[in-house]
Write a protein that binds this ligand. Structure first.
Ligand code: ADP
Ligand code: MG
Ligand code: ZN
Length: 573
């Protein structure tokens, strides 16, 4: 008597979703791909949404959860994230709760009671909680409106935040066959995407990937001086002081570095707050609250800080040490300028950083294949940092946005660096390292190339590489050796504080020897400078020696001629 469709409850419309977004969140409309994602979920279909950090992934599942009948289940990797979202939702009048290890037995019972009575719209749980099985049994008895998997890249071991318990979430497909599942992440890398689809059994899901353009961000990268931590610290302090009164984040590679830089910044009179995983959860929460509440607060943090942190007016993100991949880079600089106003991302990087990043991977227990992929990611990051391609363009192409154009505002677009073909230099440097038996540091290799070694021994002058680089000045060799390290043609072996330069990837080295691979090096890459050294450009020029001044003049002339024409970076895959 009745057609099937009349038995099913009517599907909520996108117009209703818009009304809910406005009423509950106060946002006049969806932006970017939000509407498309919401439409999929409202129609009861699975979806994987890849939206940039700050793109508004949460409302993609929160709004449909309010409109569809039943309880919306949200899986989130961090207690801090859950707490933030649940508190915000409650304040907006949404019936939300979280079940994590910090919730008392009493509160748990109350939450389950509310869920069974249909008095709960959204329930946040951790992947570990779900993996326990007991929770899954209880949920299986409830009608669910949807299942959201936030920060879904945690499922992938290729990614940067791998969480083993995310692996078990594929089971949800069997336990809740008719419930739409929505996975959201800001990681756009194709491999991670495939992993998410396979692992979460989202084979039938629509995959929606938003553009990663962040036109309000001004990005730049500055080379550190080799081996000088004090100079790097001074540079960071100068950068922060120039931005005094603004809110920002300074990322450091280690807890020690984080404490040290935070203290130095406090002594320099800025409101700096250290944050890393060595502090207990309560202390971290307290510090996060201060950062959110106080004007001009600067968070000095390790990678432990940030996932899901939602502070709109972060005006700068400075990497005192570079991150581990372009994904992490984009996510971390993406914490700046969420309000859409101009913000800066400044990354300091140096040859010892790439050595450190690679060394850290060495010690990790993981499959060879995974390790090789991580090593490649490190190399790709440094190739971008030390490269000459517009920063956002390079990263977006890496993410698969082939049509990305130069941004016009990054350091490369504003001031295109001059490049020179250093293939012959590279061949000489590689040969020198080889002849010297990979037993010397960077400075000594350069001395050898220049034929200027003090206390020179007969065996050394007998080598065919002795003095073969005498035609180029010292600073050129420094640039070349640094760059060879960024390209992985040379590697720095720490050797307990007395670093040795060794040959890198053999097939790449061979290709350079044979002239099958060219090496391009930037002339005078931007380098960090202590605050005292900062004077006007012209004043500074007067003090330079003739050789350097000539290079500067040539560079200027070259820049005048050259438009912001860009090549596809060699490391795009
Ligand atoms: P993500 O998880 O993608 O990093 P969030 O979900 O935390 O981002 O949202 C970031 C910010 O954007 C929040 O302050 C949120 O309220 C805001 N936001 C989300 N959607 C919209 C919208 N359609 N219009 C305006 N602001 C929005
Ligand atoms: Mg989020
Ligand atoms: Zn640019």
């Amino acid at each position: 008597m009745f057609a099937d469709s009349t038995l099913a409850p009517p599907q909520p419309t996108l117009a209703e979703a818009r009304a809910t977004l406005e009423r509950v969140w106060g946002h006049p409309d969806f932006r970017g791909l939000q509407a498309a994602v919401v439409a999929e979920v409202l129609a009861g279909r699975d979806v994987l949404a890849v939206l940039p950090t700050g793109g508004g992934k949460s409302v993609c599942y929160q709004v449909p959860a309010l409109l569809r009948p039943g309880l919306g289940l949200v899986i989130s990797p961090l207690i801090a994230l859950m707490t933030d979202q649940v508190e915000a939702l409650k304040q907006q009048g949404v019936r939300a709760a979280r079940l994590d290890s910090g919730v008392s037995l009493e509160d748990r019972s109350a939450i389950w009671r509310a869920a069974r009575a249909g008095d709960l719209d959204l329930l946040y749980v951790s992947p570990e909680g779900l993996a326990s099985g007991a929770m899954l049994d209880r949920l299986a008895e409830l009608p669910l409106s949807l299942i959201a998997i936030d920060e879904a890249h945690c499922v992938s071991q290729w990614g940067h935040d791998f969480r083993p318990d995310y692996r078990t979430l594929g089971r949800l497909a069997e336990v809740f066959p008719g419930t739409p599942r929505i996975a959201v992440t800001a990681t756009a890398d194709a491999r991670t995407r495939e992993d998410i689809v396979r692992s979460l059994r989202l084979e039938g899901a629509e995959v929606l990937v938003d553009s990663f353009a962040r036109p309000n961000l001004q990005l730049s990268a500055v080379r550190k001086e080799s081996g000088s931590r004090a100079k790097t610290d001074a540079a960071v302090i100068a950068l922060v002081r120039e931005r005094r009164g603004k809110s920002g984040v300074v990322y450091c590679g280690s807890r020690d570095g984080c404490e040290r830089v935070a203290q130095a910044l406090q002594e320099a009179g800025t409101n700096a707050i250290a944050y890393h995983a060595g502090m207990d959860a309560r202390e971290r929460d307290r510090r996060l609250e201060r950062f959110l509440a106080e004007d001009g607060a600067v968070m000095v943090a390790t990678i432990a800080f940030g996932m899901g942190v939602d502070k709109a007016d972060v005006r700068f993100v400075i990497h005192a040490d570079p991150p581990g991949s372009l994904e992490t880079y984009w996510q971390e600089i993406g914490r700046a300028g969420r309000d859409g106003e101009t913000a800066e991302g400044i990354t300091l990087y140096g040859p010892s950083d790439i050595a450190w990043s690679l060394r850290r991977l060495e010690g990790r227990p993981m499959a060879e294949e995974v390790k090789a992929a991580q090593v490649r990611k490190v190399r790709q990051l440094f190739a971008m940092l030390d490269g000459a391609v517009c920063r956002p363009q390079a990263v977006r192409r890496y993410f698969g946005e082939a049509e990305a154009q130069p941004c016009g505002v990054c350091d490369i677009c504003q001031d295109p660096p001059a490049m020179f073909d250093a293939t012959v230099h590279a061949q000489k440097a590689l040969a020198a390292v080889q002849r010297l038996g990979e037993r010397f540091g960077r400075g000594r290799v350069i001395d050898h190339l220049l034929g200027k070694t003090r206390d020179v021994q007969p065996w050394e002058t007998a080598l065919s590489t002795w003095g073969i680089g005498a035609e180029a000045p010292l600073h050129t060799w420094r640039d070349v050796l640094d760059h060879l390290m960024f390209e992985g043609l040379l590697v720095e072996d720490p050797n307990e504080g007395k670093p040795l330069v060794r040959l890198g990837d053999p097939s790449a080295v061979r290709a350079v020897y044979r002239g099958e691979r060219t090496v391009e090096v930037r002339l005078t890459p931007a380098r960090v400078s202590a605050p005292r050294a900062r004077t006007g450009r012209n004043a500074a020029l007067e003090t330079l020696d003739a050789d350097v001044r000539a290079r500067f003049e040539a560079l200027r002339a070259w820049r005048r001629e050259r438009a912001v024409e860009q090549r596809v970076p060699p490391y795009v895959i």
